[in-house]
Design a protein. Structure first.
Length: 403
């Protein structure tokens, strides 16, 4: 083993040790695959330290400098592989390629299984075609194809995993699953993307676990990007989904005036996750969207929102409200309180409504089993859907309910 190989081995094992310690990696097969596949060989533009950091490695950008392909962050990859529940001998379809995840899947299916990986981008396909054999996985099938249509010539698949952000679940994916197959897809739910494990159940898909994630959006026939409505130059904007329309001039005027702050009394610990809070808000607040801000907007006092991730927000006509950056409370400042800021003529009303839903989450959903998510064909009548919040998409009707 060369010095470079020893260094890569050490970096790789440290990364996996951390993923095991934080509970992301739960099963021995996923741990073994992550310790075996040389991630750095699929991201040669990165240093060893960068390749084995728990961060995505961007491999291609568009003309605006936005990422359109990347090697996903290891934590997200591991979480989705655990959700996928792969067994030796399985036939797998991966939609969205690059090579690294396909190599992990090849390790999981063993010698009697088969992996097909596809991508619409020829550059991405070229990378996978080059890097997979070089890393020791020459039998992974690599295709250039539009992911919206899957790969019918290799169907049916025991598992399908989608590694690009999807706005919907096209019927082709479901039809290419075995009757008891599973698909894991990063599905956009009213501006929130969750990697959801769906099991095929006759005419619909039943969710069995999910986790927060972020992916570059799907290209091709299934492309459906979020809108970005700018409120203050390029410093502040609203991310909208599902054909939502807003009165941008009125909202710009609202932001120009001082907002009203309401603190909820609900706190979280320093390292405590609260991902289901946003999902709860998306199912209970009409006009739900997200507010994105640059650090300069926070520094100037224009907004009190995170610049690292978009904040949950709600719009109603000429007014809007958003969740502020939590403020430290207590003597040791290890707990943080949620607050809401409202702008516009109904800003206070919206902020109060928003704050009340944060309190409802705290009382009813916090620490619970999470949401139940199902996906039915788009022509399914209301009477055949389970109770819950319904998101209508071109191909599916997604229901979200809280036990």
């Amino acid at each position: 083993m060369t010095e470079g190989q020893r260094q890569a081995h050490a970096f790789r094992n440290k990364l996996v040790d951390n993923l095991v310690a934080d509970g992301t990696v739960r099963t021995q097969p996923v741990e073994h695959a992550l310790r075996t596949v040389p991630r750095h060989q699929f991201a040669p533009e990165a240093t060893l330290a960068q390749a084995y950091a728990d961060e995505a490695v961007v491999t291609k950008v568009d003309q605006h400098g936005l990422a359109i392909s990347s090697v996903s962050a290891p934590q997200i990859i591991a979480m989705m592989l655990e959700l996928l529940d792969v067994h030796p001998g399985h036939r797998i379809l991966e939609i969205g390629s690059g090579g690294y995840n396909a190599a992990l899947l090849r390790e999981l299916v063993g010698d009697n299984g088969h992996v097909t990986t596809l991508d619409i981008d020829q550059d991405v396909v070229n990378r996978a075609t080059q890097y997979l054999p070089a890393a020791g996985y020459p039998d992974v099938r690599v295709l250039r194809a539009d992911g919206e249509y899957g790969a019918p010539d290799g169907a049916p698949y025991d598992r399908i995993i989608v590694t690009v952000g999807a706005a919907d679940i096209p019927p082709t994916w479901i039809h290419q699953l075995t009757p008891d197959g599973r698909i894991v897809v990063p599905l956009r739910l009213r501006n929130l993307t969750r990697a959801i494990a769906f099991d095929r159940r006759g005419d619909h898909l039943a969710g069995d676990g999910y986790g927060p994630c972020g992916f570059v959006p799907m290209q091709g026939a299934g492309e459906d990007r979020e809108q970005l409505v700018l409120l203050a130059g390029r410093e502040v904007g609203l991310r909208l989904d599902g054909g939502m329309r807003v009165d941008a001039p009125a909202l710009r005027a609202a932001l120009a005036h001082t907002g009203a702050d309401i603190w909820t009394g609900v706190t979280v610990g320093q390292q405590e996750p609260f991902d289901d809070l946003e999902l709860h808000l998306s199912t209970t607040l009409p006009g739900f969207c997200r507010l994105a801000a640059q650090k300069s907007a926070f520094d100037s006092g224009l907004v009190n929102a995170s610049w690292r991730t978009a904040s949950p927000a709600v719009v109603d006509g000429d007014s809007f409200a958003y969740r502020m950056r939590p403020r430290p409370v207590g003597e040791d400042h290890t707990s943080y309180e949620f607050g809401v800021r409202g702008h516009g003529p109904r800003g206070v009303e919206l902020a109060e409504r928003f704050a009340e839903q944060i309190r409802t989450w705290n009382e009813r959903q916090r620490g619970g089993p999470g949401a139940r998510i199902t996906a039915y064909p788009a022509d399914t009548p209301d009477s055949h859907l389970p109770e819950g919040f319904v998101i209508d998409k071109p191909h599916t009707r997604v229901t979200i309910s809280w036990p």
